[in-house]
Ligand binder design. Structure first.
Ligand code: C2E
Ligand code: MG
Ligand code: MG
Length: 408
């Protein structure tokens, strides 16, 4: 059996040549950490992670060889080696007629200097006859910050060739939200450092909810990394996180064990997953478009956690509301924009404890009409309908608020 060892004592003295020699002797293996659909708990992907298995059976973890390889720029050799191994794995899985899920491969920032990066990806994938949509290129957030222009070019080339891009470790460093907006990434991987043990801290929750909302509005699939507790999972589900990767579900495992797991566990095939982030024209997107057409202001709130975010905010006569934050404060703010005679009604109707009582009595909707001041200084009658539901995966009470002006 393989022992995991950190080998810290050899630390910086682990020489690059020794590592490369080990690679030539095929001592490097790919481990796969499955990624699970946050709603269905099915496997819908995996991340390939390098492991150095020494002849004595000890396992050297990436933290003990990646930094040295990075320093010497030889990391690119490891990345291409891992990518090739992943393609060989996918080819084998295909030959065995197994259902397949996409595999993410880590690529160091050092690849930004490789002019022919996308071409090489294509050559290797084609050599193993692997469909490109089964391969995801992970680039770390720090690479984005350091080499903005080069990364944008690389990402464009890679996506044009039919592979998908994931931004790794988002939130771990000098994240720039505006840069993520500019980069056409398919997937955003939220770094584990943003998740505390039980996600109880109010500010942490607000930051995470906002991040997920931001990513989804940019049509990115979200992956939460390093999920270890049920509390984290519960909260991530309320944020609408799409994919979960973490020890709570599975640790990285060797190829044989991953193959067995894929054989035994149902996997999600992309095409059947309409919640996955709706391409334009999908049933889900069309339904949402219809809802937003009738209700220009739609707010998604979690009463139990006292938080909210705007799902849509189009063509509404008052646009002064914050787009995410604490629910109590939203109600206070909303009341301040109401006609003075309606303020008390508005505040009382939407008090969290009142809504919780309503829900506990078994009632599912709350409807109220109030006069709200528009940005043009005119009061309009606004109908707000709150739909109260329980989150199926936790005890949280959620509210969908649909608002529209009664006259224009
Ligand atoms: P990463 O790409 O962010 O990969 C996720 C890391 O988080 C993995 O560590 C994984 O084992 C760990 N992890 C996953 N779930 C949990 C959890 O619930 N709790 C905790 N504490 N950790 C969890 P690993 O395998 O040690 O890899 C560390 C980093 O090394 C990777 O971070 C990646 O940046 C790098 N790396 C690994 N393989 C390669 C490779 O082939 N090429 C390159 N360039 N970098 C690699
Ligand atoms: Mg990664
Ligand atoms: Mg990561």
């Amino acid at each position: 059996m393989q022992k995991e060892c950190m080998e810290r004592e050899s630390g910086s003295s682990t020489r690059v040549e020794e590592i490369l020699e080990a690679m030539r002797r095929q001592e490097f293996q790919v481990y796969y950490q499955p990624q699970y659909d946050a709603l269905t708990n099915r496997i819908r992907g995996a991340e390939a992670l390098a492991r150095w298995i020494r002849p004595d059976g000890t396992t050297v973890m990436p933290g003990d060889f990646i930094p040295e390889l990075e320093k010497s720029d030889r990391i690119v050799e490891l990345d291409w080696y891992i990518f090739r191994e992943v393609c060989a794995f996918l080819q084998r899985q295909r030959e065995e007629r197994m259902r397949q899920v996409p595999i993410s491969v880590n690529f160091s920032r050092k690849h930004v200097c490789e002019e022919t990066f996308a071409k090489r990806l294509c050559e290797i994938a084609d050599a193993y006859a692997v469909p490109r949509e089964l391969l995801i290129v992970e680039v770390t957030e720090s690479a984005l910050v350091e080499h903005e222009e080069e990364v944008l070019r690389l990402v464009e080339d890679v996506r044009r060739a039919g592979f998908r891009i994931a931004i790794d470790d988002f939130g771990s460093g000098l994240s720039s939200l505006s840069f993520v907006k500019d980069i056409s990434s398919d997937i955003l991987k939220i770094d584990k450092s943003l998740l505390s043990h039980n996600c109880e801290d109010e500010k942490e929750r607000i930051v995470l909810e906002s991040l997920f909302s931001f990513a989804h509005r940019l049509k990115m699939i979200t992956v939460a990394e390093g999920v270890e507790t049920r509390e984290q999972l519960g909260f991530l589900r309320t944020c609408g996180c799409n994919v979960i990767q973490g020890f709570l579900f599975a640790k990285p495992m060797d190829a044989e064990r991953f193959l067995t797991l894929c054989r035994e566990t149902p996997v999600v095939e992309e095409a059947e997953d309409i919640l996955m982030i709706q391409p334009a024209g999908s049933a889900m997107q069309l339904l949402l478009d219809a809802v937003f057409m009738c209700y220009p202001l739609v707010i998604y709130s979690n009463l139990t956690r006292n938080s909210f975010y705007m799902m849509a905010y189009e063509n509404f006569s008052s646009r002064s509301c914050p787009s995410t934050g604490v629910y109590d404060e939203l109600i206070r703010h909303g009341a301040s924009t109401m006609h003075p005679d309606d303020r008390e009604l508005f505040r009382e109707t939407f008090r969290i404890d009142k809504q919780m009582e309503t829900f506990a009595r078994g009632e599912k909707t709350i409807r109220v009409v109030t006069r709200q001041l528009g940005d043009d200084g005119v009061y309009r009658r606004v109908e707000t309908t709150n739909y109260l539901v329980k989150n199926p995966s936790s005890d949280d009470v959620l509210v969908i608020s649909l608002c529209h002006n009664l006259e224009e």
